[in-house]
Design a binder for this molecule. Structure first.
Ligand code: ZN
Length: 164
């Protein structure tokens, strides 16, 4: 287990579409451990593999550890199979775009299918901050960052204030 360097915007790895992780990949468990270590070290609530330079469809989240107990969740090859509810706007932050929170509108509820780290397939419905965080991290696997959710005017303004 180790912390790894986080790739900062505009590193081109953040715009790539990641490929499915092979479940027999011997590096997969180590990758997940490193994602958790790096996320906790950087005081984040989620981290996707491309943010540490690995273009595989894997991310981790823990939305409760800052306020209470840890709730580490790892998602391999996740897919949103359904969305529901209103569009919710939340101010999101990204470890790859430090100190520039920005509003992003997302469906309030999602149904997700993914592979667990033990190889089992799972489907569940998420809402609230967990749904928001999962959609943010899933965006990373498709080369999308929170800048991409802004209007052109807002994006220009936000990018101008970004100084990594
Ligand atoms: Zn992010």
């Amino acid at each position: 287990m180790a912390t790894r360097d986080i790739c900062l915007w505009p590193n081109p790895v953040l715009t790539q579409t990641c490929t499915d992780a092979a479940l027999d990949d011997p590096d997969l468990v180590g990758l997940i451990d490193d994602l958790f270590d790096t996320m906790y070290h950087a005081k984040g609530r989620g981290l996707a593999a491309p943010q540490i330079g690995v273009t595989k469809r894997v991310f981790v989240v823990d939305v409760t550890w800052k306020e209470g107990a840890r709730d580490p969740r790892a998602f391999i090859n996740p897919q949103i199979t359904e969305t529901a509810g209103d569009m919710l706007i939340m101010n999101e932050q990204c470890l790859s775009i430090p100190d520039i929170p920005m509003p992003v509108a997302r469906p309030e509820r999602i149904q997700l299918r993914w592979t667990r780290r033990d190889g089992g397939l799972e489907t569940a419905v998420f809402d609230g901050i967990l749904a928001c965080c999962i959609q943010h991290e899933l965006d990373h696997l498709n080369g999308t960052v929170i800048f991409d959710h802004q209007t052109p005017e807002m994006r220009t303004e936000l990018e101008a204030s970004y100084a990594p």
